[in-house]
Design a protein around this ligand. Structure first.
Ligand SMILES: NC(=O)c1ccc[n+]([C@@H]2O[C@H](COP(=O)([O-])OP(=O)(O)OC[C@H]3O[C@@H](n4cnc5c(N)ncnc54)[C@H](OP(=O)(O)O)[C@@H]3O)[C@@H](O)[C@H]2O)c1
Length: 504
């Protein structure tokens, strides 16, 4: 196996989780640290300090952590490891709106660091409602908890969860708030899709194999489809979702980042900013969808009552917490263009939605047909195209569709699929996205995180669509039955170009 040329080393540190009593901490963050320990990749010395208003003792926090690990961890709970892991978990009660809480956190951190002989490297994870980002950033500054980035000095880093704003203006506001206290190199805007194995493999696939890059352009690629399908409805997240919708919730961050990895030019090195510059160039090349364009290039819809996996799902506007006349989209499909040399004239179709017939995320690259001679001579029955599909979830892997001869005396052909699955090819299950990303923060590697300019460029593009929808909106959105693959309008979007969505 070959290793990257410049692996960064995770440093001993304390992970301070604001929102330590919340869902993300219990389901993802603490189990991620635990798995890193089991994999032997965590720095030798570390601590976790949770914070929330809920009054918890260290012991309560350790108990919640143990339950979270037992339920959600990738690897099984191991009794022998637990005593050493749990003695490094701490909790401090306090409101992030109270300046005094930060002084208390500082004092507690100093005690933990002294007891465990830890350097004062600190990572502040903001697993809190986005409206509270500013309060925490100011609180950290007020308590003197943020050190400027200086080589060979203890570091202060901050991790910010999505959503970063709900439009360009609010995203700028959050970024300005962060920039007043932290240097950009200290800010890690997390998009957990970038931590997924297949997503990281996209760069390897494209730039470590000689067979793909020569055909990765408008001469050979007919079009690209990116799908993020969810089987769940809005569930308990109605309050957030009503204000967000599918475009903000999925396209602005995850799907545009996937698009960047598919479409980017080869970076000249794996240095964080070189890779991030290459991704950023794609966002700069997106053809704007503004004003009346929204009618031609976008489809939005809401789910109507139906069944998903046999269970009844009410229509979106009947879900608890949703306005009966809501126009929030639970499904969006887009047709877009990356206006540069490589992608000239190649449409990229994106779709994402809730309450669909299955959960599946994938990127499918459709190649152009062979000339209409030999095996593709019959215009009435053209050969199926070659398709490279990168599967992101639930299973991670890829398939390549090729045309094969059917055994026998006739020259009959049939499409077949070559499969590669991570779980089968490599014995160990892939680490969870949060594991990889937390380790990167401990090592100071920002490659898989969103830089300020990228967040704002994607919001600028998305805001054009949002404004178009506002100007040319309708009172009622089209509907699709829960448990279906989406609205007929989305089929029309792609079928009017003589193409069709891949069946998931
Ligand atoms: N859960 C996920 O899978 C997920 C995925 C992606 C992104 N996110 C993002 O991550 C963030 C947290 O999500 P979550 O699901 O963990 O939410 P959650 O379960 O509602 O937890 C929110 C946390 O914030 C704390 N909090 C809120 N106000 C506070 C205050 N004034 N002072 C101190 N603590 C306060 C709460 O602690 P107390 O109640 O104890 O005060 C709680 O620990 C959100 O921005 C969300 O969008 C979550």
């Amino acid at each position: 196996m070959s290793e990257p040329t410049h692996p960064l080393v995770p440093q001993p540190c304390t992970l301070v989780i604001f929102g330590g009593s919340g869902d993300l901490a219990r389901r993802k963050l603490v189990p991620a640290v635990y798995n890193l320990l089991l994999d032997g990749v965590l720095p030798p010395n570390y601590a976790v300090l949770g914070n929330g208003r809920t009054p918890l003792s260290d012991e309560d926090f350790r108990k919640t952590a143990q339950e979270g690990i037992a339920k959600y961890s990738r690897q099984k709970f191991k009794e022998v490891i637990w005593p050493d892991f749990s003695r490094r978990l701490f909790y401090i009660t306090g409101s992030i709106d109270d300046p005094k809480a930060y002084k208390d956190i500082k004092a507690r951190l100093e005690r933990i660091e002294s007891d465990l002989r830890l350097p004062s490297n600190r990572i502040f994870y903001l697993a809190i409602p986005p409206a509270s980002i500013s309060a925490v950033v100011e609180g950290l500054r007020y308590a003197g908890l943020v050190q400027p980035p200086t080589e060979n000095k203890p570091f202060s880093r901050i991790i910010v969860e999505k959503p970063i704003g709900h439009d360009l203006e609010s995203a700028r506001h959050i970024n300005d708030t962060l920039a007043r206290v932290f240097d950009e190199s200290q800010i890690f805007r997390i998009d957990h899709y970038l931590g997924k194995e297949t997503v990281q493999n996209l760069l390897v696939l494209r730039f470590a194999n000689s067979i793909f890059e020569p055909i990765w352009n408008h001469k050979y690629i007919d079009h690209v489809q990116i799908t993020v399908a969810e089987a769940e409805g809005v569930g308990t997240r109605a309050t957030y979702y009503e204000e967000a919708g599918a475009l903000r919730d999925m396209v602005q961050n995850h799907i545009l980042q996937l698009l960047c990895l598919v479409a980017m030019e080869p970076p000249y090195s794996l240095d964080a900013d070189v890779v991030r510059n290459a991704r950023m160039e794609v966002l700069r090349c997106l053809r704007p969808i503004v004003g009346k364009d929204v009618e031609q290039y976008t489809v939005r819809a809401q789910y109507a009552a139906g069944k998903v996996h046999g269970a009844d799902v009410p229509g979106y506007r009947r879900e608890s917490g949703v306005k009966p006349d809501s126009t929030t989209e639970t499904y969006v499909a887009l047709k877009l263009f990356v206006e540069n040399w490589r992608w000239s004239g190649v449409p990229l179709y994106l779709r994402t939605g809730k309450a669909l017939n299955k959960r599946a995320s994938e990127i499918a690259v459709f190649f152009k047909p062979t000339p209409q001679i030999l095996f593709n001579a019959n215009p009435e029955a053209p050969l199926a195209p070659n398709i490279l599909v990168m599967k992101i979830q639930p299973e991670e892997g890829l398939t390549l569709r090729i045309i094969c001869k059917v055994p026998g005396t006739k020259a009959k052909t049939n499409p077949v699929e070559l499969h590669f699955q991570y779980g089968e090819a490599f014995a160990a299950p892939s680490p969870e996205a949060y594991e990889r990303l937390l380790l990167d923060v401990m090592a100071g590697d920002t490659s898989l995180f969103m830089r300020r300019d990228a967040v704002e460029a994607s919001w600028a593009w998305i805001t054009g669509i949002l404004e178009g929808w506002k100007a040319y909106g309708t009172k009622w959105l089209p509907e699709y039955t829960a448990g279906s693959m989406g609205p007929v309008e989305a089929n029309r979007l792609i079928e009017s170009d003589g193409r069709s969505w891949r069946t998931l």
